[in-house]
Design a protein around this ligand. Structure first.
Ligand code: SAM
Length: 254
């Protein structure tokens, strides 16, 4: 595979054609198999190359650890501020990884119940360990999928939120996933996701390997439009070309 890559790189035209073919093949796969493709990728991310990494040595960089270390990422300030408007006693993050947002919320609201769920078992295991070491008794992570939240009772959280997760949920699951969030949330939903400028983007358009959609249109199935606010992310919120162009924080009062 590496040899083939090297060979292709010698001819930009061939490399370009091969990249396009690969992208189209991936698109076809997610179109046919739906969200399950991404679910499998995330659920098994720690098993890449056949290695079940039970966490790296102290100080060693790794993908779960890099989320934990990103607690200071500037967009999280905006996210926590937006959630704080609801004065929450309970918050659920769907797709929390090891819990950088859960950590920030547990610190800000020491008397609130903060729960994160994630599809990746290693992220959950290590996150619970890290949260325990920080001494939080009000925060925990659970391993489950975004659309498998039946273990939580109706209206059991003031706020349900996602941060870079719905971009992986395809048109086959997005409506039921959001419907499930509205079953669980009492006061509001907050999403940091890719916001399409096109109101006709429907259940989502495939863009750079993920899903972009107009959340105002989508959420208007569950709340009146005046209760939905979309605030585009700025470069100072997320210093990344893509996120500062199409990223947004979407706040929906229920
Ligand atoms: C880009 S990371 C964002 C993590 C975290 N929200 C943050 O802000 O640091 C996406 C996370 O969503 C999780 N994820 C992806 N698809 C999921 C699904 N269908 N159900 C639950 N978690 C999912 C992944 O395992 C990963 O931890």
């Amino acid at each position: 595979m590496d040899k083939l890559k090297k060979l292709l790189k010698k001819s930009p035209t061939l490399y370009d054609a091969a990249s396009k073919t690969r992208y189209n093949a991936r698109y076809l796969k997610v179109r046919v198999l739906g969200t399950s493709v991404k679910e499998k990728q995330w659920a098994t991310r720690h098993l890449r190359d056949g290695k079940d990494l039970l966490g790296p040595a102290e100080g060693e960089e790794d993908w779960v650890g890099s989320y934990w270390k990103s607690k200071d990422h500037p967009h999280r300030i905006l996210l926590v501020e937006t959630i704080a408007q609801y004065k929450p006693n309970s918050v659920l993050e769907v797709g929390s990884n090891c819990g950088p947002n859960v950590y920030l919320l547990a610190k800000k609201f020491p008397n609130a119940k903060i729960v994160g769920v994630d599809i990746n078992p290693l992220a959950v295991e290590r996150g619970n360990d890290l949260l325990r070491r920080e001494g939080f008794s009000n925060a925990k992570l659970i391993c489950t999928k975004a659309d498998e939240l039946a273990q939580f009772e109706n209206k059991s959280f003031d706020v349900v939120f996602t941060d870079a997760v719905l971009i992986y949920i395809g048109p086959d699951k997005i409506m039921n996933t959001i419907k499930e969030f509205t079953r669980l949330a009492k006061k509001g939903l907050v999403f940091v996701e890719w916001q399409s400028p096109k109101p006709d983007s429907g259940l989502g358009e495939y863009f750079n390997g993920n899903w972009i959609r107009d959340y105002t249109t989508l959420l208007s199935n569950f709340a009146s439009k005046e209760k939905i606010q979309v605030r585009k992310l700025l470069r100072e919120d997320w210093p990344d070309e893509r996120w500062s162009t199409i990223g947004a924080i979407i706040n929906c009062e229920l």
